[in-house]
Design a protein around this ligand. Structure first.
Ligand code: HEM
Length: 455
């Protein structure tokens, strides 16, 4: 049932939630274990929880209908949450962080690089890059698979959207991105407005990394201007565009903001999802065996898979879906309410932070049987419409839904297929793998595994 946001509250009571408690205590609990903290709130207080967080009134929504209201039905009443607003310091008016008309213009402009036919042409690059990664692995040598996936997806986004080979720069890009992720910490979020001049090591690294990305992206733009148009990739599209309102070409800052956003949003998330796939497969040999059987049967003769082969790989896709469910790379989405509104029965005042957590909702036993168990076959056997749409929302929803979702689905399936055909990976560290929920959900301290060659 959709509860109207515009309906006046039946009773102007507050949503359930914990009291104010000791100042700072809640923020510490959130910092220590954000996903655990949100899960506890949801399981204790129910579908909507009100709690104070870092100087803001926050609401956690744990019902798919409420999530749909905020992301879709009443999306005009919400802007991005505080963390993404602060990311504007780095991503400027890029697609992820811009709002309103500016966002819609940017989205229309960038959309063609994600059209179906173009995405299809990226398939060959994806599996060729995966094949060359597979060729570089050594039998029984311990490696950080999370890092390997990150390097691989960065090279793919470099080649597909920017027409450049970023091989050799992956470590620097990853380190610079790490420095920006400090904004996922509520304490640093409060300090972010001072980052431009604070003399602390964290603020200095933040500035240095922003400058690094500026040099990288402005370098790519200058190079493309020098060499002339490429093959119709993102840079070509941006450089040839004109502003709908002024009829003028966009300035370099605009091109930089869109490019940097896609470079960063376009690789780290998929890399994390793939890392979690390897972790889950190693822990579930029966699923791994079924995956191998599908690959051996449907990808004979060493043929590299592309978009045309996706339909032959349903179990591979189910593995990727199940990893997105259990370890959603975007583990929470935040919004700020513009005007007072009502969610469920409860008033949500203007300025409140509204949180929707994929981590919490995807593990809710009301929508997923054996919710904490890795069961890829659930995606093959359960009928469509078995659960509410927003019980599973790894890519968000509404106008701000991930523009790269189709890209990511294809990349996830093709990379997993190409690599798993050649290699079987096993954990080399007996310690349990912990999650590190920052802006994205990563394995803490990497994911150390060793490979056994299959083909
Ligand atoms: C498994 C991989 C991915 C996941 C889980 C993911 C998740 C998300 C989510 C949840 C959002 C919405 C954020 C919000 O509403 O606040 C988003 C937006 C976005 N994503 Fe992705 N994403 C992935 C891959 C990609 C790829 C491959 C690209 C580009 C090549 C990309 C580019 C973007 C951009 C530009 C936005 C902002 C869209 C807008 O606001 O119009 N993402 N992503």
């Amino acid at each position: 049932m959709i509860h109207s946001l515009t309906r006046p509250p039946l009773a102007p009571q507050r949503a359930p939630g914990p009291g104010f408690g000791i100042p700072g205590q809640r923020m510490l609990a959130f910092r220590r274990n954000p996903t655990g903290f949100l899960t506890d709130l949801a399981r204790t207080y129910g579908d909507i929880v009100r709690f104070p967080l870092a100087g803001q009134t926050a609401f956690l929504l744990n019902h798919p209908d409420f999530i749909q209201q905020v992301l879709v039905t009443e999306q005009e009443n919400f802007t991005k949450g505080r963390a993404l607003q602060q990311m504007r310091r780095v991503l400027g008016d890029g697609l992820l962080t811009s709002e309103g008309g500016q966002h819609q213009r940017a989205r229309r402009l960038v959309q063609p690089v994600f059209h179906h036919e173009r995405i299809a042409s990226y398939g060959a690059v994806m599996s060729a890059e995966a094949e060359s990664t597979a060729a570089g692995w050594e039998e029984a040598a311990a490696m950080d698979v999370a890092q390997a996936m990150n390097h691989l997806t960065l090279r793919i986004v470099g080649r597909t959207l920017f027409g450049v080979d970023l091989a050799g720069q992956e470590t620097q890009v990853a380190a610079a991105l790490d420095d920006l992720f400090v904004l996922s910490d509520p304490v640093y979020l409060l300090l972010a407005p001072l980052f431009a001049w604070l003399p602390t090591p964290t603020a200095r690294r933040f500035r240095a990394s922003t400058e690094f990305f500026d040099r990288l992206i402005y370098g790519l733009i200058a190079e493309r201007r020098r060499t002339g148009a490429g093959n119709g990739d993102l840079l070509d599209l941006l450089l040839a565009s004109v502003d709908e309102e002024t009829g003028q070409p966009p300035d370099d800052q605009f091109i930089r903001d869109q490019s940097l956003t896609l470079l960063l949003a376009g690789h780290e998330t998929t890399a994390n999802a793939l890392a979690w796939c390897w972790h889950l497969l190693a822990a579930h040999p029966e699923s791994e065996a079924r995956l191998h059987a599908e690959l051996d049967e449907n990808l004979p003769d060493g043929k590299l898979p592309g978009m045309a082969e996706l339909g032959d790989l349903p179990f591979t896709r189910a593995v990727f879906s199940e990893a997105l469910r259990l370890y959603p790379p975007a583990w929470a989405i935040g919004r700020t309410a513009i005007n007072d509104c009502v969610i469920g029965e409860y008033p949500v005042p203007a300025g409140s932070l509204v949180l929707m957590s994929q981590w919490v909702t995807h593990r809710d036993p009301r929508y997923f049987a054996n919710a904490s168990t890795f069961r890829p076959e659930r995606w093959l056997t359960e009928p469509r419409g078995a659960r509410p749409k927003f019980a599973f929302f790894p890519f968000g929803g509404g106008l701000r839904v991930c523009i790269g979702a189709q890209f990511a689905w294809m990349e996830g399936v093709l990379l997993l297929a190409t690599l798993a055909r050649r290699w079987q990976l096993r954990a080399v560290d007996s310690r349990p793998v912990a999650t590190d929920p920052r802006i994205t959900l990563r394995p803490k301290e990497g994911l150390w595994m060793a490979g056994e060659r299959r083909q």
